[in-house]
Every structure is written in structure tokens, then in C-alpha cells.
Ligand binder design. Structure first.
Ligand code: 5RP
Length: 229
């Protein structure tokens, strides 16, 4: 039987209702973030004053097509709120992101914002980061082999991500390649977060620790709110 509720859309509407007049809001990337952009654009039509900044070219184009005011990251003075989806969320509100290809901007906005709201459905909840997905690691194209060797020394194994059609490599919006790397179940994820950031040639990676202020979890049409203490 088809699912009666579109939980991604429901959680996105819930998040859009939390946006206050005059805010500058960071737009995430992905299908849930797209629903959020649509809901925010509707609120703007109803009179909400909002400025947005996008975490990807795809989100920027979508927001502009719906008549939202989008400024560039270079113009950003301060960010009230960043709203995005995630691929995995733990009890500690650690996130895994990056099935899209714009980790650098996503982490920049998550770090710059006063508050980060994450929108997920129940399927994204996990016991540990890396449970369902490999960890995406953006690497400079000329450095990927050396970076991969160093990541293997940290216990990782994996490959360069293929593009959507499978006939080449995935390239991020600013020209990085992506290594999708798996680690042992008992890997200390907070240590790995720091270790990956210090591997030469790594541009960014998909572990987001201590950045989510609130996670909205939708299940069967209902939204649960979990906040970082
Ligand atoms: C992109 C992301 C997305 O937020 C994540 O992949 C979730 O996507 P979706 O909302 O389509 O399930 O991290 O880099």
C-alpha cells in the first residue's frame, strides 16, 4: 500500500513555519530541502520577508525560480538559520551529509548559522554515523590517490564516486572528486571527524558534529522535535 503521508514534505512545511520575519536563511540541498524551498516561497507570497543564501547551485536555481531573494555566500553578513536534510542522524544529533555534491558550502553555512535545523524522516535515524552509507569525502582532483592512501591508514576503504549515469566520476560544483569511504563499526566518529579534516588534499567531509541545533523527525505525518541540549 502506498504511504499515505509525504513525510519529507510535512517536515519541510514544519521547518518553513519556524522562519521568522526578516531572517536570513540558508537553503540546503536535496529532496527535503526542495520541499522546504517551496514552502518558504509560499510563505514569502503570503508576506514573509526573507533573504536566502544557497548551499548549492541547484538550490539557488530552484529558489530563484520561485522568486526568493538569494544572496551569494560572499555577501553574507550573518545567518539566522540554516535548514537542510541529512542522510543519517544519531541520538547525539551527529549528522552524515553529502549524498549531494556540495559539502563545502553545506558545512560553511551550518557553521556560520546561529541555528541549524535538520529535516528528516524516521528512516534517517541510525545508531552510528556510517551505518547505512559510506562517508563522503571531497578531495582535490590531483590529490585523490595520496588522500585515499592516508584515509586507508585511518581504517577507511572505498572508491571514488561515479557520476549519475555511471560513465564517469562525480564532480562537485567547485570541481572536487568524492571518495565514498567505509569505516569499522567501532570507529570513534568524533576522532575521525578531526582526523579526516587534517588529511592533506581533503577539502571537506560529510560528518557534521555539534552543528545541528534541532532535528525535526517526521513519521507517518507527525513531527517530533529533538534539540541539542
Ligand atoms: C546533500 C545532503 C542531503 O541533505 C541529504 O542527502 C538528504 O537528501 P534528501 O532530502 O533527498 O533525502 O546532505 O548533500
Amino acid at each position: 500500500m502506498p504511504d499515505q503521508f509525504n513525510d519529507k514534505q510535512i517536515v519541510a512545511q514544519y521547518a518553513a513555519d519556524l522562519v521568522e520575519n526578516g531572517m536570513t536563511v540558508g537553503l540546503g540541498t536535496g529532496s527535503t530541502a526542495n520541499y522546504f524551498i517551496e514552502a518558504l516561497a509560499k510563505r514569502k507570497q503570503q508576506g514573509l520577508e526573507v533573504t536566502t543564501v544557497s548551499s548549492s547551485i541547484v538550490s539557488m536555481v530552484k529558489a530563484q525560480s520561485l522568486d526568493l531573494n538569494v544572496i551569494s555566500i560572499e555577501q553574507l553578513q550573518s545567518l539566522d538559520l540554516y535548514v537542510d536534510g541529512a542522510d543519517e542522524v544519531t541520538d547525539e544529533l551527529y549528522l552524515l551529509k553529502g549524498r549531494g555534491s556540495d559539502l563545502v558550502r553545506e558545512k560553511l553555512l551550518a557553521t556560520a548559522s546561529k541555528q541549524m535545523i535538520v529535516m528528516v524522516d524516521k528512516t534517517k535515524l541510525v545508531d552510528r554515523i556510517g551505518e547505512k552509507f559510506a562517508i563522503p569525502i571531497e578531495v582535490m582532483p590531483f590529490s585523490w590517490q595520496l588522500a585515499k592512501q592516508n584515509i586507508e591508514l585511518l581504517g577507511g576503504s572505498g572508491e571514488l564516486r561515479a557520476n549519475a549515469s555511471g560513465d564517469g566520476l562525480a564532480v562537485t560544483s567547485h570541481g572536487s572528486l568524492v571518495l565514498d569511504m567505509q569505516f569499522d563499526v567501532d570507529t570513534d566518529i568524533t576522532a575521525l571527524d578531526k582526523q579526516l579534516s587534517s588529511v592533506p588534499g581533503v577539502v571537506e567531509h560529510g560528518i557534521f558534529i555539534g552543528l545541528a541545533s534541532t532535528v525535526l523527525i517526521a513519521e507517518q505525518g507527525k513531527v517530533e522535535v529533538r534539540s541539542n541540549k
